[in-house]
Design a binder for this molecule. Structure first.
Ligand SMILES: [Zn+2]
Length: 274
């Protein structure tokens, strides 16, 4: 079963490469079929076997010999690993599938943000839809307490507002990053968090809910973002005045948090006893 899960994940990773390339350019994700960027030759079934075909052909096009970026194989291998991790931690369950789909969306966000400095709106949108779906699942399986984060009585028992975990999480996540972005802009005199980051944080909030896991995600993303920014500048890969996208750190921290919510929260927040 593990081989099957890994292979299926890597194949979806192969599709994610297409999404990462075509989504920001508003091209169709299904047609035309995958082809070599250099000679335009259509890739056959054998060329599309994830990771293995890359190793077998030594990362080159079988027709014109042009090198493909190592990143294609990396995304495939990483997506295979994410599928394995989701099933390992959550078993072969619908919840594991939801976590895997969310991770795939976050992988797309990482690489599109690196390439184009944007995060496609489809990513946070998908995360919110998944969060709502999980709430509905919890509501139908475990009852109202599991899916409702906030209740407000508007004068009398007949006028009670129930807000699902995902909705409160999304509002909290987006709200916090909106405020942080505003504060940073005041301090540094230039925009440092884009609206794409704010929307992504809202999507992550919808998945994690308003609670300690979101706080841990927030700290993890901020600290790793600061460390990586300083490292990039120290290694002279980026200049101090250059914009370093924050989306990849947000998305990476979110993937880790979705896979190990309890353990990572406990590790980041030492006082937390889930
Ligand atoms: Zn070619």
């Amino acid at each position: 079963m593990w081989v099957l899960v890994g292979a299926l994940g890597a194949t979806i990773g192969s599709f994610l490469n297409v999404v990462i390339y075509r989504l920001p350019q508003r091209q169709s994700l299904v047609s035309p079929p995958s082809h070599c960027f250099s000679c335009g030759e259509r890739l056959g079934v054998v060329d599309l076997v994830p990771v293995l075909s890359y190793l077998w052909l030594r990362g080159r096009c079988r027709h014109c010999g042009r090198r493909f970026s190592f990143r294609y194989a990396l995304v495939e291998a990483a997506t295979g690993a994410l599928a394995l991790a989701a099933v390992f931690f959550y078993g072969p369950t619908p919840y594991a599938l939801a976590i895997f789909i969310a991770s795939c969306a976050l992988v797309v966000a990482i690489f599109v943000d690196i390439d184009h400095m944007i995060i496609p709106d489809q990513v946070p949108l998908l995360l919110v839809v998944l969060g709502l779906t999980i709430d509905i699942y919890r509501l139908s399986t475990f009852g109202r307490e599991a899916a409702i984060a906030y209740t407000q009585s508007l004068g009398g028992a007949d006028h009670v507002v129930y807000l699902p975990v995902s909705v409160v999480g999304a509002l909290l996540g987006g709200g916090i990053f909106l405020v942080i972005g505003w504060v940073f802009e005041r301090i540094m005199g230039r925009p440092s968090l884009g609206m794409g980051d704010v929307k992504l944080a809202a999507g992550v909030g919808a998945m994690l809910g308003p609670g300690y896991p979101f706080l841990a995600f927030f700290l993890l993303a901020m600290v790793s973002g600061a460390i990586i920014s300083v490292a990039l500048i120290a290694l002279r890969l980026r200049r101090r005045d250059q914009y370093i996208p924050f989306g990849p750190m947000l998305a990476a921290a979110a993937i880790l948090m979705l896979l190990w919510p309890e353990e990572l929260t406990r590790w980041v927040l030492h006082f937390y006893r889930g």
